[in-house]
Design a protein around this ligand. Structure first.
Ligand SMILES: [Zn+2]
Length: 141
């Protein structure tokens, strides 16, 4: 990583510390433009917002999709204190953000937890009712 990327990643870690001092889970992120300029910052607000989706990565993915054109979004980098979870990874893919740089890996995070290692997958059953379910979809894309 470059010196500038180190600086931006350290800022994401500072945002994680801010989240913790405010009683939230310790995760922070920022979105940087191609010249390393900070476009937006966020931290985890799951408790304060009473919203299980209020991860900083997801909030910044939504911000990028809403506020940036696709060409600009593609040149941004999300710097985040921890590797994005599955929910945020999906949102980032849809957002058009160009790249992610993270500090802690998911495995490293699990090693720092004293209880549990995240969430169990919800069982999914399907496919089913193809002939009916395809009707509203056909021709849309
Ligand atoms: Zn997440």
């Amino acid at each position: 990583m470059t010196h500038d990327e180190d600086r931006l990643l350290r800022r994401a870690i500072e945002l994680a510390a801010t989240a913790r001092t405010r009683g939230e889970a310790p995760f922070g992120s920022l979105l940087a433009g191609p010249e390393g300029e900070v476009l937006a910052e966020s931290w985890n607000t799951v408790l304060g917002d009473d919203d299980i989706t209020a991860h900083p990565e997801l909030k910044l993915a939504r911000w990028a999709a809403r506020e940036l054109d696709s060409g600009t979004a593609a040149r941004t980098t999300l710097f985040t204190s921890c590797q994005p979870c599955g929910m945020c990874t999906g949102a980032l893919a849809r957002s058009g953000v160009g790249r992610v740089v993270f500090a802690l890996s998911s495995e490293q995070l699990d090693g720092l937890r004293s209880s549990g290692t995240g969430f169990a997958d919800v069982p999914q059953h399907g496919p089913a009712l193809y002939a009916e379910a395809r009707v509203p979809v056909e021709g849309y894309y």
